[in-house]
Design a protein around this ligand. Structure first.
Ligand code: GUN
Length: 285
């Protein structure tokens, strides 16, 4: 039987859980706060930033937006990050990517204090993740684990195949599945016999950014397929990396696009902001 994993519903559940905790904190006069920095006028980034703000409002958190000019210097941007690092009333800091070409993304992201790094892009937090002791975990991979857990899909001992090795999704989700005792295979553009490897997957996680990359003959019957892709097809409709129509006839669990992994990312960001605020034990009164 096919189960379509409803990321929209689960992400709302998580937001409601966070809201309850925020209300508890508020009753003690403490309000967690997320600061978001957006450089330039990328329309997609503006929408993402707005969605993050709305999610903060939904759970009763404070949010701040810093809209910086496209031509802002690296020094100015880093000086703002440092100011936010030092502010006791700011619990989470997020610099929306991509940044304009003249800014060094690596240097900028490393400037964010690891305590406020709600994206988990700082090498300290990536190192903690590697050791299995991370508390701030990267949002999309953490969202995938939540989906699996809440659908009661067992991870331990399962063959997990990850397609894609990006720093944002492929690498961290591989480590997180390993930390949960899955047997993990990471595949990428140079992998040979991809079809054979995918067919052995109990859990197939796909983050390659190519429409209909995973076809029905590549998946195991009764398996779980998690589609992280967000693409636009020739008709302009949002679609994932998996040939959903055909693959869904063969597997037991699948995430749709839209409405699968996508909505989880923001909910996990909000959850990270709550976690960061409780770890810092510093709030605005
Ligand atoms: N741009 C696209 N996805 C992300 C994300 O997860 N975090 C940040 N900071 N920027 C992004």
């Amino acid at each position: 039987m096919l189960n379509i994993i409803d990321g929209k519903r689960i992400s709302q559940e998580i937001l409601m859980e966070v809201k309850t905790k925020v209300e508890e904190l508020k009753s003690e006069g403490k309000v967690p706060c997320l600061s978001v920095i957006l450089v330039g006028n990328n329309p997609a980034s503006k929408i993402y930033v707005n969605n993050k703000k709305k999610a903060c409002e939904k759970v009763g958190m404070k949010s701040e937006e810093y809209l910086l000019d496209e031509n802002v210097s690296q020094e100015e941007l880093i000086s703002l990050i440092e100011e936010l690092n030092n502010r006791e009333d700011v619990n989470g800091i997020l610099v929306q990517l991509p940044l304009p070409k003249h800014l060094n993304e690596k240097v900028v992201l490393e400037a964010i204090s690891y305590k406020k790094d709600v994206d988990c892009f700082n090498p300290y937090n990536v190192g903690k993740l590697m050791q299995g002791t991370g508390t701030l975990l990267p949002c999309t991979p953490a969202g995938i684990i939540e989906l699996l857990d809440r659908e009661k899909i067992e991870i331990e001992g399962k063959n997990c195949v990850v397609l894609g090795r990006s720093n944002i999704v492929g690498k961290p989700i591989s480590i997180m599945m390993l930390n949960r005792n899955a047997t993990v295979t990471i595949c990428h553009s140079r992998t040979k016999n991809l079809e054979d490897i995918c067919k052995k997957a109990d859990i197939l996680i796909v983050a390659v950014g190519k429409e209909k990359f995973v076809k029905d003959f590549m998946v195991k019957e009764g398996s779980t397929v998690i589609d992280v892709g967000i693409n636009r097809n020739s008709e302009g409709k949002v679609c994932g990396d998996v040939d959903y129509e055909n693959v869904s006839k063969k597997v037991s669990y699948i995430t749709p696009v839209p409405g699968g992994v996508g909505p989880m990312t923001i909910s996990m960001l909000i959850k990270n902001t709550l976690i960061a605020s409780t770890q810092q034990k510093i709030y605005i009164y």
